[in-house]
Design a protein around this ligand. Sequence first.
Ligand code: NDP
Length: 241
Amino acid sequence: MQRVALVTGGSRGIGRGIAIALDQAGYKVAANYRSNEEAAASLAAETGVATYAWDVADYDACQKGVEQVAADLGPVEVLVNNAGISPDKFMHKMAPDVWRKVIDTNLNAAFNMTHQVIKPMRDAGFGRVINVASLSAFAPNYGETAYGAAKGAMVSFTKALAKESATKGVTVNAIAPGYIDTDMIRVAPQEFLDDLVENHILVGRLGRVEDVARCVLFLAADDADFITGATIDVNGGQVMR
Ligand code: NDP
C-alpha cells in the first residue's frame, strides 16, 4: 500500500530531504512551502513530488491546502510538521510582531496542520504525526527566547497528543535536530559554525538533511506503532539529555 505523506516546508533544507526520502521509499508525497517557487519547482522537476504553496501560520490556508492534497493524493496518513523559521534576536531587541511570527510559524502551525488530519487518522485507525522540533527545545541559544519556547512547546504538544491518540493507531513523535547544514544555519558567521564543529559537535561535522530524514522514515513506518510520545535527538552528540 502506498501511504500518503505531507511534509510542511518540504521544498528546501530538511523538509526537502524528508520529502525525497519518503518519495524514494514509495510514499505518495506532498511538499508544502511558503513562497519560494524556484525551490519548489526544482524539487518537483527532480522527483515528481507534488508541491503546494500555503502559509502554515494561516489556519484557513492549512484547511484548504490539506483538502487539496487529499483530493489529489488521498487522505494524509503521515504528517511531518517541519516548516519553521528562526529569526533570532535578543529579547530586548525583539519586536512583538517577530515574537508572534515565530510562535505562529513554529508552534501554532503544528496545531493548524494537525487539526486538519487528526480526526480522519483516528477514524481510519492509522496515522503518523512527526514534529520537527530542535535541540533549542532543550538547550536554547542566545536570541532564542521565541524559537526555544516554540520548539519546547512542540515537544509537550507531541507528548499530549500522543496520549490522546495512543489507542487509535496514531503515533505522535518529535525529532530534535542539532545544527543541520541548510539555508537556516548558513546565515550564522562561518567562525561560529567552525567552532561548533571543532569544539561542540562530538562527531565532528554539521548534520545532513539525510540524518533527519532517516528518523522520519523510521517513525513513519507501519511497524513503528509502539513508539509514541518520543523525541529523537539528531545532533551529533552536541547535547545529551
Ligand atoms: P530552511 O529555511 O532551509 O527551509 C524552510 C522551509 O520551510 C522552506 O521550504 C520554507 O518555504 C518553509 N516555510 C517557512 N515558513 C513557512 C510558512 N510560514 N509556511 C509554509 N512553509 C514555510 O529550514 P530548515 O530546513 O533548516 O529547517 C526545517 C525545520 O527544522 C524547521 O522547523 C527548523 O526550525 C528545524 N530545525 C532546523 C535546524 C537546522 O540546523 N537547520 C536545527 C533544528 C531544527 P519557502 O522556501 O517557500 O520559504
